[in-house]
Ligand binder design. Structure first.
Ligand code: SME
Length: 164
C-alpha cells in the first residue's frame, strides 16, 4: 500500500523532482496499465491542482477516454483531431498556451485555457496520450514537457494487446 503523496512547494522543476520518485515508487512492480494510469493522473492532480489530468488510449483507430481526474470529458477523439489527436498523429508533445488559438481544439470543458498533451510511446508506436488542461493561460512550458515525458516513459501497453 502506497503512503500519502508528499506535496512539494518551490519551483516547478523542484516540484517535479520531488514528485517523480514518488510516482516511480507507485508504478514499481505493477504491470496493470489502467491501475498505473489512474495513479499517475491522481498524483499529478493532487500535486498541481490542474483543471483536468487524464489519459486517452488508442483503441482501433480512435483515442478513447481512460483514467482521469477532473470534470467529465469527451470519450472519443479521431486521429489528427484536437490537440490530443494532433499529438497522436505527430507522436510528439504539444504545448498550447491559448486553446482558443489552436485550430480544431476540442473544448471538453469551457474552463480550459491552456493545455499540454504528451504521447505514450512504446516500440515507436503511440498507444495513448496524457492530456493536462489548466483554467489559466500559458501554464505549460518546456519544464512540463521534459518532466511529463519522463513520468510517462515507464508506462507500457499490456503485453497481450488487450487495449483494443
Ligand atoms: N482539448 C482536447 C480534448 C480533450 S479534453 O481537453 C479533456 C483536445 O483538443 O484534444
Amino acid at each position: 500500500m502506497a503512503e500519502d503523496l508528499k506535496i512539494a512547494k518551490g519551483t516547478k522543476a523542484a516540484i517535479y523532482q520531488s514528485l517523480i520518485p514518488q510516482i516511480k515508487a507507485l508504478l514499481d512492480g505493477e504491470p496493470d496499465l489502467i491501475a498505473n494510469l489512474a495513479n499517475v493522473a491522481a498524483a499529478l492532480k493532487e500535486q498541481f491542482g490542474w483543471l483536468w489530468v487524464g489519459f486517452y488510449l488508442v483503441k482501433q483507430d480512435e483515442l478513447v477516454l481512460g483514467p482521469f481526474q477532473g470534470p467529465v470529458a469527451c470519450t472519443r477523439i479521431k486521429k489528427g483531431r484536437g490537440v490530443c489527436g494532433a499529438a497522436w498523429q505527430n507522436a510528439a508533445t504539444l504545448i498550447v498556451p491559448d486553446v482558443e488559438k489552436f485550430p480544431g481544439h476540442i473544448a471538453c470543458s469551457s474552463l480550459s485555457r491552456s493545455e499540454i498533451v504528451v504521447p505514450l510511446i512504446k516500440n515507436n508506436e503511440v498507444f495513448g496520450v496524457l492530456d493536462v488542461d489548466s483554467e489559466l493561460l500559458d501554464q505549460f512550458d518546456e519544464t512540463d514537457k521534459k518532466y511529463l515525458e519522463e513520468i510517462v516513459k515507464p508506462l507500457s501497453p499490456p503485453a497481450g494487446g488487450e487495449l483494443s
